[in-house]
Design a protein around this ligand. Structure first.
Ligand code: PPE
Length: 306
């Protein structure tokens, strides 16, 4: 059990005991994957616990819901407030926060609009996503035989639960093949993203990342890294990336709320650069963590203190 189960979960506007936060097995979401969600981190900065980019995460949740015609019965202000309350009531400092909006129990059948829209917020301590050493030593990844969803199949800009059936296939395959993570290609065969992270590469001092049109999630960490890089006067290019450009890169790394900034040391068993965390990767990691640790001024207004 990865949870300590003693906490409270915000469930449709009220706090309930961890073990009471249950739904009926005939809820729409259980059968058809009708959910949208977020992953947010709270950091224990020197100035106290603070949630990273709360406004952007809640805005993306509402955008995901909009794509699937789910009306969340709270304002974004109310939802942000509920997230802050959830962290506080559980006495957490550094934690991972999982807001989830789903279609509940009323009837079955694919048409979703007669099922109620329900909302949940849970929070718990979640350590390093790809292992304790990953941030320093980097991870080994393989390009998956599973592709990211084509744009006219499932919308990748929605952070929908059902998208993660695709991620699960890629993730399982990658672990069975001895890798830490999978990189997926888009419908046209260009690099898209990891099963739960965006991807960047460095070549001759320029930072490259695939564009939103490469079937990826519009990552908030991705946006943060682009912002930090541009402020360092690094050139950032969003362009389609062929698979072999990863092999030839000087540095490659993943970004995500759970994975933070994780270096990649090999792709398809081809060593990237010197096979260790690259210089620019380290520099970007450092400036990212400096903000999260509260070691520098929050110059972009990314932190919301409890
Ligand atoms: N792509 C995918 C497919 C993805 O799931 C994430 C986040 C990202 C990119 C990066 O987005 P952002 O967190 O806004 O920088 N993945 C979340 C869920 C991971 C999980 O295993 O669950 C996360 O990192 O919270």
């Amino acid at each position: 059990m990865a949870f300590d189960e003693s906490g409270k979960i915000w469930f449709n506007g009220k706090f309930v005991d961890w073990k009471e936060a249950n739904i009926h097995v005939l809820s729409h979401v259980v059968h058809y994957g009708s959910s949208v969600f977020e992953g947010i981190r709270c950091y224990n900065t020197k100035q106290g616990p603070a949630i990273f980019r709360l406004e952007e995460h809640v805005a993306r949740l509402y955008n995901s819901a909009k794509i699937y015609r789910m009306d969340i019965p709270y304002s974004q202000d109310e939802f942000r407030e509920a997230i802050l309350e959830t962290v506080k009531i559980n006495g957490l400092k550094a934690c991972y926060i999982r807001p989830l909006v789903f279609r509940g129990y009323a009837e079955l059948g694919v048409y979703p609009l007669n099922c109620p829209v329900e909302s949940v917020i849970a929070a718990w301590a979640w350590g390093k996503y790809l292992g304790e050493e990953a941030l320093e030593l980097g991870v080994d990844v393989g390009v998956s035989s599973w592709r990211r969803m084509a744009p006219d199949t499932m919308p990748n800009l929605a952070k929908a639960g059902s998208n993660y059936m695709n991620s699960q296939l890629a993730k399982m395959e990658s672990l069975f093949n001895g890798y830490h993570e999978a990189i997926m290609l888009d419908y046209g065969g260009m690099v898209s993203e990891g099963s739960g992270e965006n991807i960047f590469l460095v070549k001759e001092g320029i930072l490259y990342t695939p564009p939103l049109s490469s079937s990826l999630l519009n990552g908030i960490t991705r946006d943060s890294i682009i912002t930090l890089a541009r402020d360092m006067d690094l050139e950032v290019v969003e362009q389609q990336i062929p698979r072999e450009m990863l092999y030839l890169a000087d540095e490659v790394f993943l970004t995500g709320t759970a994975a933070e900034v994780t270096p990649i040391r090999s792709v398809d068993q081809i060593t990237i650069g010197d096979g260790v965390r690259g210089q620019l990767t380290k520099k970007l990691q450092d400036s990212f963590f400096e903000i999260l640790e509260g070691n520098t001024e929050d110059r972009y207004g990314w932190l919301t203190f409890l």
